[in-house]
Ligand binder design. Structure first.
Ligand SMILES: Cc1ncc(COP(=O)(O)O)c(C=O)c1O
Length: 401
């Protein structure tokens, strides 16, 4: 029998979609030498805003820059406190710390992996009070200024509750939606649920460029103007610099590639959802597995992430990972550490929190292959291999412990 080789993610088939049209479009950029800014970038920004139903989209160099710019546009103060999730890519909180502000990690819900709004409300009730309209942290005297939820693995956080909390405590929300383009929450698209939405178009994302790229979206004209200024060295016009900014450009080649791919995004996301459905049906009878659940809006399965634990809570993740690797199926661990365990993100001892659910997730999570070009045969092979693993004698031994 031919040995399987199924990568966790692959671009090899994706780059064949519309390749000729793509090469022609890239050639247009070359012919016009419109490398920096210009109409290719503006066109993609307009297409993105239209797709999302937002008023403004402002391209930039990466999702990390989008978060940095969003925080800067909202004038995050030095020592400001921002409530965020411990279970994400580092940029969700490193950009808070890079402004001299403090990320405070609120544990996640174990079924969505997203920030737990009840715990967030409880932290504020216990730790904050109002001075005028500003929420102040009792122990440090620092202002609590905002929330950065992440729409992890392709599913929106619980924005109904988050908005109620934000309103009560006078906080802004920056939505880190790097992983959820095309997901929805009620009538709205992911990215349009906070004051600013931050997108990454890193090549492995549901909408991926051929290099680094990102964007901020907003409906607020004042924030849009600030974002434009901040991404351009704080420059209002000409040599009129108003504040410290950065140079963060959406490259014209990337903009052209993204324009080519955006019309395909909903189809890619539908295929991801179909694969998730096949996985869910195949694994529904297996014990020791918590499957991803579509609880909030439309999930676009950037990742299909399992929790692999036996009845006593012992993680079987490494065993499953090793077994799948041995049969040629490659998986990923998102994430092997929670952010509150990273020393330089623990910016003040009085702001440390315990995040047991996130810690458990780091020990038990495993992401199966998930990319739209997987064939049905490949999906079935993953299903069969996972089923096979749970029939092994080693697991019966675990179950008896
Ligand atoms: C949740 C999240 N936020 C932010 C980022 C940062 O995006 P980029 O890699 O484009 O800087 C990523 C990318 O991996 C991400 O997954």
């Amino acid at each position: 029998m031919k040995k399987l080789s199924i990568p966790a993610f692959s671009l090899s088939r994706q780059i064949t979609h519309n390749k000729t049209a793509l090469l022609n479009a890239l050639e247009e950029v070359l012919d016009q030498q419109a490398f920096i800014g210009g109409h290719f970038v503006t066109r993609f920004e307009e297409e993105l805003a239209t797709y999302l139903g937002s008023t403004y989209a402002i391209g930039c160099n990466s999702g990390t820059d989008a978060l940095w710019m969003a925080l800067h546009a909202l004038r995050i103060p030095k020592n400001g406190i921002v409530l965020t999730t411990p279970f994400s890519f580092i940029a969700s909180s490193s950009e808070i710390a890079s402004h001299g502000a403090h990320p405070v990690f609120i544990d996640i819900e174990h079924d969505t992996f997203n920030i737990n709004p009840q715990l967030l409300a409880a932290w504020l009730e216990k730790n904050a009070y109002f001075e005028g309209k500003t929420a102040i942290h009792k122990a440090t005297g620092f202002p609590v200024v905002g929330i950065v939820p992440v729409d992890l693995f392709g599913q929106c956080a619980d924005y109904r509750m988050l908005h109620d909390i934000a309103e009560t405590w006078n906080l802004w929300i920056i939505e880190d939606t790097a992983q959820a383009i095309g997901a929805t929450y009620g009538e709205k698209k992911a990215g349009t649920l906070g004051s600013i939405g931050a997108f990454s178009f890193y090549p492995t994302k549901n909408l991926g460029a051929f290099g680094d790229a990102g964007a901020c979206v907003t409906d607020d004209p004042i924030l849009a103007e600030r974002l434009l200024q901040v991404r351009h060295h704080g420059r209002k016009a000409g040599y009129d610099y108003q504040e410290l900014g950065i140079n963060s450009r959406l490259d014209a080649f990337q903009a052209v590639a993204l324009s080519q791919r955006l019309p395909l995004l909903d189809g890619f996301n539908d295929r991801r959802r179909a694969i998730a459905q096949q996985y869910a049906e195949a694994f529904s009878a297996l014990n020791n597995l918590q499957l991803p659940r579509e609880i909030i809006g439309r999930h676009v399965y950037h990742q299909y992430t399992l929790l692999v634990r036996d009845a006593s809570g012992k993680s079987l993740r490494n065993e499953l990972e090793q077994y799948l690797t041995s049969v040629g199926i490659h998986t990923r661990i998102f994430y092997p550490q929670s952010l509150q365990s990273i020393p330089f993100l623990n910016t003040h001892p009085a702001l440390a929190t315990a995040c047991p659910v996130a810690t458990m997730a780091t020990e038990s999570c495993l992401s199966l292959p998930m990319w739209p070009e997987m064939t049905d045969e490949e999906v079935q092979a993953v299903c069969a291999a996972v089923q096979q693993f749970f029939m092994q004698p080693i697991l019966e031994t675990h179950a008896q412990v």
